[in-house]
Design a protein around this ligand. Structure first.
Ligand SMILES: C[S@@+](CC[C@H](N)C(=O)[O-])C[C@H]1O[C@@H](n2cnc3c(N)ncnc32)[C@H](O)[C@@H]1O
Length: 208
């Protein structure tokens, strides 16, 4: 998702206390930012933030960090924060660098409606490719959990194979989330859109 340039986006990001600017300095020490030992969960490609903001409000004893590549998108998330959420931070960065930013401190990674990159030659850009799974090794604490939702069946199938090849075990899976179980579900922008169009939402939780 790349939105047209948003006027003043840079200034809004600079002024936001939710956006971590000097995030590289916290490698291995992110708990200092939250001032507690609560688990840290990360959403990669958070888009306009509905999910990560909703999760942070719903689970105050978990710390949430949303990562997004584009200024024009992260600024939309900042605009949605209308109350103090002490367990939420945002980082504007390309997830390609994620293993340089965190060190053995993350418990769960959420991948919601990630870009499918359908061309074979772009396989390494998919956030569930072996390329990225290797990077996540470095950021996770001992136990690793990835929670993925998508409307894209091909990306879903590809991801299951990648997870399995990299020794992740399926903890739970749904081929139609809204028929199976949406109890406790926090939806994303894309999820709302695709569900309203009647498309099935796929979800898998894998652990290692
Ligand atoms: C299709 S949108 C989904 C947004 C949101 N997760 C949702 O479900 O509504 C994918 C988002 O991931 C971001 N993104 C894609 N690749 C990324 C990367 N390598 N690092 C950080 N963000 C990325 C895009 O800019 C976009 O906002």
């Amino acid at each position: 998702m790349r939105l047209r340039n948003v006027k003043g986006a840079r200034t809004i990001i600079e002024n936001s206390t939710y956006v971590l600017k000097n995030y590289e300095e916290y490698k291995g020490k992110f708990k200092m930012i939250f001032n507690n030992d609560n688990p840290i969960h990360v959403e990669i490609g958070m888009g306009k933030g509905d999910f990560i903001i909703g999760m942070a409000k719903k689970y105050p004893s978990i710390n949430f960090i949303g990562i997004e590549k584009y200024d024009s998108v992260i600024v939309r998330a900042i605009e949605k924060i209308n109350e103090e959420i002490p367990n939420l931070k945002l980082i504007r960065m390309d997830a390609d660098k994620i293993s340089e930013v965190f060190n053995k401190e993350i418990e769960t990674v959420y991948l919601n409606f990630s870009d499918p990159w359908p061309k074979n030659r772009h396989e390494n850009r998919r956030l569930t490719s072996l390329n990225f799974l290797k990077k996540y090794d470095n950021i996770f604490k001992k136990n690793k959990t990835i929670i993925m939702k998508t409307d894209n069946r091909k990306l879903f199938e590809f991801s299951i194979i990648q997870f399995s090849n990299y020794d992740y075990k399926i903890d739970s899976i749904s081929l139609d989330l809204y028929k199976d179980n949406i109890k406790d579900n926090v939806s994303t922008e894309y999820e709302k859109k695709f569900n309203s169009l009647g498309f099935p939402i796929y979800k898998v939780i894998v652990k290692k």
